[in-house]
Write a protein that binds this ligand. Structure first.
Ligand code: M6R
Length: 608
């Protein structure tokens, strides 16, 4: 939530800040602002709305000359989206300016104290407290002032700070909100995330909790909160720069849907070796895998849905007991970790606050944590005991597609590996599954190429009020994701139901014409699902079925059927989700919604 950037060097700062913010807009987009030191004073420009408003206001940055600056794109937490609440925030005499990603939890207490000392506040934000607190502690030494405020603030923050009296320096600091810095040609840059700096550098430093960075145009120094100097190693980012651009597609979401075959291949290829599956990052011997008695899978949103899918696979295929929980719930219960429990946290961004908190809580209780993460070097990747990367590349659209698909692949690989090591499937069965796995990219492509048919169907439902997604077993997990995709980007109310649960209350919501999407990929459940489809259809529902090729029987109970190619029953999610992603996408654009940046949302949820 929120993205920050900062630049100091021999180039004009404002265009670099705006460019960096454009790559971070996925983190928040209700207002934006930049501050630049122009040689005499610090000038700010802020505006409610998308970054393009700020860009127009500053003539693409040309109206704000200067080679030192900071910028911010906001997802409002304290105070409505408005010009005054937009960052950067300054002290009264405009000599200190700050941008902030995170939440200062004790800001009210700090604000009251500062008000008693005569400080006046003009915004409703928690961030303004930081500017005044810096003012209070600043006695000529910026580093000292920064460390002092760190001792006073509770909560999470990544900050970019400029002191007018030190125009040759840019400060950055982090606690529980992501921050990276890197050298550019003739300067230094800071940002919340890698895409913002890729154009300028591929070697970045990941800033750890309570570390401070002091940058000049030529130098970068790192300090602890006790002002002790630190040595840090940079990490080379191998992402393709173009991966974070739209590349001719109308929207990032469409582009990322089309990147799914590649994301799938990139995720399974490095792990298919020597006639089997090798997951070196697991760092677990066969004996250790055999000793696992329970998996606890924790994640949020779509990542949670991949966890729900994998529960059926780990239990059915590998006979390992699985508990799946929402990270936001997990951290507030008192989980029981018996001997042999492995915790698996799943996250695209690797920065989701609740998932990170669940990881830390699990480690505190002595559990080993495996992270399935997409963003290299993110907090979860660094803190997990072992990391299995999903190689989906940068995902920009708020609605996840390719990261979701690659998470599924990582989980399939793990489940297959566990099943084989634990003697639940033999080599022949494993190799058959590997062969089915390798067919998935082409099968996904085939489904994507069917997009025109789905678009036509979607156009009939642009005015829908409610949509229901139903399924059993893995198909229920697919329904959860299909439903989330639709509501997230089209703002149509939708719900996912385990099909057998419908008649325990929800069926009363079915009216003449209500769209019910029924997912039937599990052959042993066809008959039960068909009964559920008939139940809703008799009550007026229009039934869309997503099922395997060859299941012609379904047409008796469906009004419209989308067939997916046949695959191993445990891999069905990868194929069945494609028409549902396309459906959501086309409903969203048909309704004129902002597909890539849906209202009220942000890509990376770094607050609780
Ligand atoms: O970065 P993460 O995978 O931890 O994010 C988890 C959820 O916030 C995310 O999957 C969210 O539900 C997506 N916007 C859904 O498309």
């Amino acid at each position: 939530m929120c993205g920050i950037v900062g630049y100091i060097g021999n180039q004009q700062a404002a265009p670099i800040l705006l460019d960096g913010l454009s790559k971070l807009e996925y983190r928040g987009y209700d207002s934006a602002g930049i501050a630049v030191y122009n040689g005499e004073e610090i000038i700010t420009a802020k505006s409610k709305g998308r970054l393009k408003v700020l860009s127009e206001l500053t003539h693409g940055g040309d109206a704000m000359p200067g080679t030192l600056g900071i910028g911010h794109t906001r997802w409002a937490t304290h105070g409505e989206p408005s010009d005054v609440n937009a960052h950067p925030h300054m002290n009264k005499n405009e000599s200190i300016v700050v941008v902030h990603n995170g939440i200062i939890e004790n800001y009210l207490k700090l604000k009251k104290k500062l008000e008693r000392k005569g400080y006046e506040f003009i915004s409703e934000t928690d961030t303004e407290v930081i500017a005044h607190l810096l003012d209070y502690y600043y006695k000529g030494n910026p580093l000292e002032a920064v460390t002092k405020i760190m001792h006073r603030m509770e909560g999470s923050y990544a900050l970019g700070i400029i002191f007018k009296e030190h125009p040759d320096q840019l400060y950055a600091v982090r606690k529980d909100s992501p921050l990276i810095v890197g050298h550019t040609d003739g300067g230094n840059i800071l940002a919340s995330d890698v895409p913002a700096v890729l154009k300028y550098t591929r070697d970045v430093y990941f800033i750890e909790n309570e570390e401070i960075v002091r940058m000049t145009d030529a130098k970068m120094e790192f300090f602890t909160v006790d002002e002790e100097p630190l040595e840090k190693e940079s990490v080379r980012i191998e992402w393709d720069v173009n991966a974070a651009e739209k590349g001719g597609y109308d929207h990032f979401m469409l582009k990322e849907m089309y990147e799914q075959p590649k994301a799938i291949i990139d995720t399974f290829s490095p792990r298919l070796k020597n006639d089997g599956i090798e997951i070196e990052e697991l760092n677990m011997s066969d004996e250790e895998i055999k000793a696992i008695r329970k998996l606890v899978i924790v994640a949020c949103g779509s990542a949670y849905h991949t966890g729900v899918t994998s529960k059926y696979i780990f239990e059915g295929l590998a006979r390992v007991s699985v508990e799946v929980d929402l990270a936001s719930e997990f951290r507030y219960r008192d989980p029981i970790f018996e001997e042999g429990t492995l915790v698996v946290v799943i996250s695209q961004s690797g920065e989701t606050a609740d998932t990170l908190a669940a990881l830390r809580e699990s480690q505190k209780r002595g559990a080993r944590v495996l992270g399935i993460v997409n963003v290299v070097g993110s907090s979860i990747a660094r803190e997990a005991d072992n990391v299995m990367y999903t190689w989906a590349g940068p995902e920009i659209a708020v609605a996840t597609t390719k990261a979701y698909s690659s998470q599924l692949i990582a989980l399939y690989l793990l489940a297959m590996k566990f099943a084989h090591v634990r003697g639940k499937i033999d080599k022949k069965e494993l190799m058959q599954m590997v062969s089915d796995l390798k067919k998935l990219p082409d099968q996904v492509e085939l489904l994507l190429n069917n997009k025109n048919k789905i678009q036509k169907f979607a156009n009939r439902y642009l005015a829908a009020k409610d949509v229901f997604f139903i399924g059993r077993g893995i198909d229920y997990a697919i329904s959860l994701e299909g439903s989330l995709k639709l509501k997230e980007i089209s703002y149509i109310h939708s719900e996912a139901y385990a099909a057998g649960e419908l008649k325990h209350g929800t069926i009363s919501l079915i009216e003449e014409g209500t769209l019910v999407a029924a997912v039937l990929t599990q052959e042993d459940l066809y008959k039960k699902m068909i009964s559920n489809m008939v139940e809703v259809r008799t009550r007026g529902a229009f039934v869309l079925a997503v099922t395997n090729e060859g299941n012609a029987e379904v047409e008796k109970a469906a009004d419209y059927t989308v067939y997916i190619p046949n695959t191993n029953k445990y891999f069905a999610n990868t194929l069945a989700i494609i028409p549902l992603q396309l459906f959501s996408y086309y409903v969203s654009i048909g309704r004129g919604c902002d597909v890539d940046k849906p209202r009220n949302l942000a890509k990376s949820v770094t607050v609780e």
